[in-house]
Structure formats: structure tokens, C-alpha cells
Design a protein around this ligand. Structure first.
Ligand SMILES: [Zn+2]
Ligand SMILES: [Zn+2]
Length: 304
């Protein structure tokens, strides 16, 4: 997508969120600011991946991700700058002011350090985030939110660069992202491609693509398989929709009790899939799925 198209799509998404009427204006202001800051960062960004760290074909076909999370090249200075800009935004919002000031105090006193937080997030080291939760029970997700969104432009760019180097043409049959090994957080059904005859899958109505919660790579998944525990027994798999949320489905697995939301905009002209924003827009489906006892593996980044 071109940058200008992306901007239009962002504007339309924000309008759609606003129209729902139940997202607090503060949250929408935050979403917009985060998207714009990340967009600015992305515009001036280059990543280079050390080829020696990228896994070979054989290992990859057996399920090994191309690059471990910790090896993603994040420019620490750039990400730190973005971290501080994001913190300015959260600090300006009344609901997040107090916990944001607490983050700032801890930074100033040297009790937390962005570079160390980035490393911990990449390595899935829960310790600094658990410490934060204990300190700020009212905003337990604020710190991981700031950390992830500060790293996101580099993670996404690296994911895209790796996918360009090693296109994933086949269905990926494993329960994690082929690029970095993290779980998917949302998915969508791709628009039909009538001009290219790739077989029955397309005629049936689109490929199922999942989006990684860490590097944002999208990759093809089996239509009928739990993306986490790999259950394929159709009696254990099910999906449902919520009347007020056209364009979204929840796919559940009764074996591992997990779910994933799938956007299907094939019949809805003018709707563009923007994973992080669609995740927010379809919040009603999370509530419905969780009420039924299902859980999601990759938590929503907006769960502030
Ligand atoms: Zn990934
Ligand atoms: Zn499952």
C-alpha cells in the first residue's frame, strides 16, 4: 500500500472506530497519535539483517522461524526516541497521566532503561513487566504497550524484509509465525484473485492469512486448523460472528480453548485490513469469545 493510501485507510478506520460510539475519545486520540508517530518513524527507516543469523531452508521447512525475536535489529536510539514521544502522548491523556508520570520518574531515576526493556521484551523476559504490574495495578499494560510500540517500526520492517527475501508461498502448518516464532494475533481472508488461477482454495473464497503479534508478518494458514495447537478435527473447531460487527469472525478451538479473530472484508467494499486497528474495532468479538471461556494467546496491544 502506498503511504497516501495508508493515510486514507487510517482516516477511515479512525472514523469507523469513532462511529461505534463506545470507544473513549482518549483511546481514539492515543490510537491516532501512535499510528502517526510510527508512520513518521517508518518513513525514515532502513533495516539490515545479518544473513548469518537467518535460518536455512531445511530447518525452516521443519518449522524453525527465520530469525529469533532477539536477533531482530532494533535501532535502540531511534526506538528510545519513539518511546519518549509515545510517553508524551500517554502523559497528555488524563486517564493515563499518573501511570505515565510514574514511568517517567523511573526513567529519570534510572530504575528502568529503554534499551534493557527492549531486550527483555524481545527475549520474552517477563520480569521487568511483572515488576511494573505490581507497581501500577491500574495500568498494568502501559509499560509493555510503550515498549512494543516503540520497537514496532523496526520489527515490522524486519519482518517485511525477511518475507521479501524468503517469500512464504505455501501454507505454514505450524503454530507460530514463520518469520519470528511468535503467535498470531489476528487474521484475515484475502480478496479473491480471479485473474490468477491457483486452484480451488481461491474459488472457495480467499486465503486465510494470519498476522504475527511481534513482527507483523502475514502468513498463510490452513483454513481448518487451530493456529495454536494445530487441531484439525472439525468437530473441535468452530466459528461465530457478532451481529453488530460485520466483517469479523471468531474462530475457536475446543481442544486448547483458544480463539483468533478473522476479518473477512471480501464483500465489504472500501474496508481495508489494518491488523492493529481491526483488532481494536472488533473488541466486541473478544468479549463474546472470552464470555464463552476461550482465551487469546497474543493479548491485544490496546489492552491498557
Ligand atoms: Zn513474527
Ligand atoms: Zn487449539
Amino acid at each position: 500500500m502506498e503511504e497516501s493510501q495508508k493515510k486514507d485507510a487510517l482516516g477511515r478506520k479512525l472514523a469507523a472506530l469513532d462511529k461505534k460510539g463506545w470507544f473513549p475519545p482518549e483511546l481514539l486520540a492515543l490510537v491516532e497519535a501512535v499510528c502517526r508517530l510510527q508512520e513518521e518513524t517508518r518513513a525514515s527507516l532502513t533495516v539490515s539483517v545479518d544473513p548469518a543469523q537467518v535460518r536455512g531452508d531445511l530447518e525452516h521447512r521443519q518449522g524453525a522461524p527465520l530469525l529469533p525475536r532477539e536477533a531482530f535489529p532494533v535501532d535502540v536510539q531511534g526506538a528510545e526516541k519513539l518511546f519518549l514521544s509515545l510517553l508524551d502522548v500517554t502523559e497528555s491523556l488524563p486517564q493515563l497521566r499518573t501511570p505515565s508520570q510514574l514511568v517517567r520518574d523511573r526513567l529519570v531515576r534510572g530504575e528502568i532503561e529503554p534499551a534493557a526493556l527492549f531486550r527483555a521484551y524481545a527475549a520474552e523476559d517477563e520480569a521487568p513487566f511483572a515488576a511494573w504490574e505490581a507497581l501500577a495495578p491500574d495500568a498494568p499494560k502501559l509499560l509493555p504497550f510503550l515498549v512494543y510500540n516503540a520497537m514496532e517500526p523496526w520489527l515490522e520492517a524486519t519482518g517485511a524484509a525477511l518475507l521479501a527475501q524468503r517469500p512464504q508461498l505455501d501454507v505454514w502448518p505450524y503454530g507460530h509465525c514463520p518469520v519470528c516464532g511468535s503467535p498470531a494475533f489476528i487474521g484475515h481472508l484475502s480478496a479473491p484473485e480471479p485473474s490468477r488461477n491457483e486452484g480451488r482454495d481461491i474459488n472457495k473464497g480467499g486465503k486465510r492469512l494470519h498476522v504475527c503479534s511481534y513482527c507483523r508478518a502475514d502468513f498463510r494458514a490452513k483454513r481448518l486448523q487451530c493456529p495454536f495447537c494445530l487441531e484439525e478435527d472439525q468437530k473441535k473447531l468452530d466459528y461465530f460472528t457478532v451481529d453488530s460487527e460485520t466483517g469479523y469472525q471468531v474462530h475457536v478451538c475446543r481442544t486448547c480453548k483458544s480463539y483468533i479473530k478473522i476479518a473477512d472484508f471480501r464483500e465489504l467494499f472500501g474496508r481495508t485490513f489494518m491488523p492493529a486497528l481491526d483488532d481494536l474495532e472488533s473488541l466486541a468479538l473478544d468479549m463474546a469469545a472470552q464470555k464463552e471461556g476461550f482465551h487469546r494467546l497474543a493479548p491485544s496491544e490496546w489492552g491498557l
